[in-house]
Design a protein around this ligand. Structure first.
Ligand code: ZN
Length: 477
């Protein structure tokens, strides 16, 4: 038995040595850079994690990232695109221009300690249930590794780290796209915390968000209801219409609503009601007719309830444009890096989360799988990286930061993002993205190939930011 174990250990060491041998010298320098900044990066990520600031209110989180970029020699423009928490950190000059995205906003109501059982850090407060504390910090780590290679004269060009706020609510990147922040960029890099590692070859869903308000006439609900015109009647009729409409849309369409105001008390006929409505489809082209119909239905509901109505666009995002040429570069680097290894404690932490959330107790999955075929109609969520991907060639990565099967946007993801499972994924993402960027800086033909695929996939479609004119909806005070 001992002999067998010894043999395995020797084999493993042998494998690790060969795996390391495969890394070219400059990619070893990338690993060293990430390792040198590791303590700072973990500290920044943990601070963002514990502050858990939400949509457009991420002032401290944004500052932590922007300050660290500045301290590392980047020129930082803060408050870009009319968003106080958005920034661009630039280093270098000339072509190619490679950008990398950093998100840092949290989700309301899912505060959680770095513990494998549900236990809020601050009851009712926000939490990083999408791992954006890791997202922004990993991207900054990758940008710094590239900057250091430039400083050493190993590569030439421009690296831009973009601090992109409010992904979870208003989709801040749309305003940043409209401000032209990617106009001079050749290729953009992005990633997302996940339950597995992959060069992302799948698109995301396009969506549109809008607000419907109904305006009626208040009256005593019992003494003189005939004087009342109920805004909440209109709201109920509207959602009933939506729920009937579900049967007559394509299976790729999703419709969700959130009743924000349905009246205040039981004995008043409500004169005001408000609904946040969302429509999604796998393609923006399929989404728009459904969107137009759901807007028309507000008029129908208002007629039935004899009230007035108003529809206001909040924002809408495009589906992701996949770039397989770019993902192949990422895939090569994932294969160079190999899977993440976990300690027995980390595996036990992951399994406990799986037990608590009713999932199979298999721990983390960090195996490097072959590049997937791109599906025509992917399921899943939406991201404002979609809008970036319609304006510049985009490469997307997913890295394991939580155990397999973990419910996303939940306490379980918050828990992992504040401890070593999340930290390991974050540092891994820094390495994978920096190595991919390095390949692009080194090989102009590769950049051209990626840009050509982007142009071909975009085709004749003209991008139009789906947001109202005027400034972004920054919360007051
Ligand atoms: Zn996210």
């Amino acid at each position: 038995m001992i002999k067998k174990t010894l043999f395995l250990v020797v084999l493993l060491i042998g494998f690790m040595v060969t795996a390391q041998k495969k890394l070219p010298k400059n990619k070893v320098l990338i690993e060293e850079s990430v390792a040198n900044h590791k303590i700072d990066l973990i500290k920044i990520s943990d601070e963002i994690w514990s502050m858990a600031e939400t949509a457009f209110e991420e002032s401290e989180s944004s500052k932590l990232l922007a300050d660290y970029a500045e301290k590392n020699g980047f020129k930082v423009d803060r408050g870009v695109a009319g968003i106080p928490t958005a920034f661009v950190a630039t280093y270098g000059s000339g072509k190619p221009v490679i950008s990398i995205l950093g998100e840092f906003d949290a989700l309301p109501g899912i505060s959680q300690k770095a513990s494998p059982t549900k236990d809020p850090l601050n009851a009712g407060a926000a939490g990083h249930g999408c791992g954006h504390n890791l997202f922004g910090t990993a991207s900054l780590g990758a940008a710094i590794a590239i900057k250091e290679l430039m400083e050493q004269g190993k590569i030439k060009g421009t690296i831009k780290f973009l601090g992109t706020p409010s992904e979870e609510k208003y989709f801040g990147k749309i305003w940043m796209v409209r401000a032209g922040l990617w106009d001079d960029v050749d290729v953009n890099i992005s990633w997302h915390p996940s339950a597995d590692i992959k060069a992302d070859t799948q698109s995301s869903l396009a969506l549109v968000d809008f607000k419907i308000e109904f305006f009626g006439q208040a009256a005593h609900a019992s003494a003189d209801p005939w004087n009342g015109r109920s805004a909440s009647d209109a709201l109920e009729l509207y959602t009933t219409g939506i729920n009937y409409y579900r049967e007559h849309v394509k299976p790729t369409v999703r419709m969700h609503y959130h009743i924000q105001d349905g009246g205040q008390v039981v004995n008043v006929v409500p004169d005001y009601a408000r609904l946040w409505m969302r429509v999604r489809d796998t393609k923006r082209s399929g989404l728009m007719p459904v969107y137009e119909r759901t807007v028309e239905m507000a008029k129908g509901a208002a007629i039935l309830a004899n009230v007035d109505y108003k529809v206001s666009l909040i924002s809408g995002i495009y589906e992701l444009l996949v770039n397989r040429a770019g993902e192949e570069v990422m895939q090569n680097n994932l294969e160079l890096l190999g899977p993440i290894s976990y300690t027995a404690e980390e595996t036990a932490f992951g399994k406990k989360i799986q037990e608590e959330t009713g999932k199979e107790q298999v721990g983390m999955d960090s195996a490097i799988k072959p590049l997937e075929a791109t599906k025509d109609h992917p399921g899943g969520g939406s991201t404002d990286v979609g809008d970036v991907s319609w304006n510049v060639a985009n490469i997307n990565l997913g890295v394991t930061t939580a155990p397999k099967g973990t419910p996303w946007h939940s306490w379980a993801v918050v828990a992992c993002g504040g401890m070593s499972i999340g930290h390991k994924g974050m540092l891994y993402a820094s390495n994978a993205m920096a190595m991919t960027m390095y390949d692009l800086f080194k090989d102009a033909k590769l950049v051209t190939k990626i840009k050509d695929e982007y142009k071909e996939r975009k085709g004749q479609e003209v991008y139009k930011a789906n947001i109202p004119d005027g400034p972004p909806p920054i919360p007051k005070n």
